[in-house]
Design a protein around this ligand. Structure first.
Ligand code: OAD
Length: 295
């Protein structure tokens, strides 16, 4: 505390801090009051909405698992799938573009739509939410990042191990052999053909009606059912099996936190629902945990 600031108001704030930390195991005497008081004040800002009791509990967690969805990339300028007005599925139907049947019916349309999305992703940059998740990886003994996003922005931000449940739009595979193809000769075909077998090339993503990648799904399930804290961030939790992971975590005894400006079908079950943008809430959360951890 700075000299001359030991006023009644400051003492009131002190007791607020102590109340917030009571029973959490955090040593109150060592807390940097200025940082925590600032954090408690910002709590009143609707954009932040971080409950005071969340930070000390999270600060002592050993194992954290995060599930991200399209909302985490929204602040990088990549449209989500279901947000009214901007969502990709508001303009295009999944049946026309993201199913094996759609590809068989009109491979050119599907390839060109993904080419457009690839360009969007190539021009996008990771945002503060991606960078905050990189920092979080360093804050906990065990940290797992599961994503439904296909844009690779977590990896570009610096996250080291990302479990990609729906593939990666920047990768291409042969639709016949199901093998990743990294280069091919441009013969003017749309979609281009596999250099090995001549089959049509397609994005290496999971389409509706297709099976999930087994290894990734298993890893995601284990990470979700063996963590102290589980975060569901920027996902509408309507596309299964990924949408089942927050409930699995809950059933396994984890404290579950949702970060999403809009309510989702999972919101009523979450222990904490932080109604704000991931790029605002996550950096704030990381700052608050780091402040507690410094002592
Ligand atoms: P959705 O488009 O269904 O949901 C995006 C969620 O992000 C919504 O709940 C928004 O409220 C929220 N959101 C928007 N901006 C946000 C922000 N700045 N911060 C935090 N949240 C924000 O996207 P997903 O749940 O990822 O699958 O969709 C799941 C799957 O459905 C996708 O992986 C894709 C899609 O069809 C396949 O293509 C197989």
């Amino acid at each position: 505390m700075q000299p001359g600031r030991d006023t009644k108001a400051e003492l009131n704030r002190r007791s607020q801090v102590c109340e917030a930390l009571a029973g959490t195991g955090v040593r109150v005497a060592k807390v940097d009051l200025i940082v925590v008081v600032g954090f408690l004040k910002r709590r009143n800002n609707p954009a932040m909405m971080i409950p005071a009791e969340l930070v000390p509990r999270l600060a002592i967690a050993k194992s954290v698992t995060v599930l991200t969805g399209a909302g985490v990339s929204a602040e990088s300028g990549i449209p989500t799938f279901r947000d009214a007005q901007t969502g990709l599925w508001a303009k295009y139907s999944p049946e026309e573009l993201a199913t094996p049947r759609a590809f068989r019916r009109n491979p050119r349309l599907v390839w060109e739509w993904y080419e457009w999305r690839r360009k969007l992703v190539a021009g996008a940059k990771p945002n503060p939410a991606h960078f905050a998740l990189v920092e979080m990886e360093g804050l906990f003994l065990r940290f797992h990042l599961i994503t439904q996003n296909m844009d690779g922005l977590h990896q570009r931000a610096g996250s080291r191990h990302v479990i990609e449940l729906h593939g990666n739009i920047m990768r291409t595979k042969c639709s016949d052999e199901n093998t990743v193809v990294s280069s091919w000769k441009d013969m003017g075909d749309i979609p281009p053909k596999c250099p090995t077998c001549g089959g049509l090339l397609r994005p290496d993503v999971v389409w509706f009606e297709e099976p999930m990648p087994e290894e990734e799904m298993q890893e995601a399930m284990t990470a979700s059912t063996h963590c102290d804290f589980f975060f569901s961030i920027g996902t509408s939790t309507v596309v299964y099996p990924a949408a089942a992971l927050p409930s699995e975590a809950l059933r396994s005894g984890a404290t579950v936190v949702e970060i999403n400006p809009q309510p989702t079908p999972f919101t009523p079950q979450a222990h904490f629902a932080l109604a704000g943008a991931a790029g605002v809430v996550l950096p704030e959360l990381v700052r608050a945990i780091s402040a507690l951890r410094r002592f």
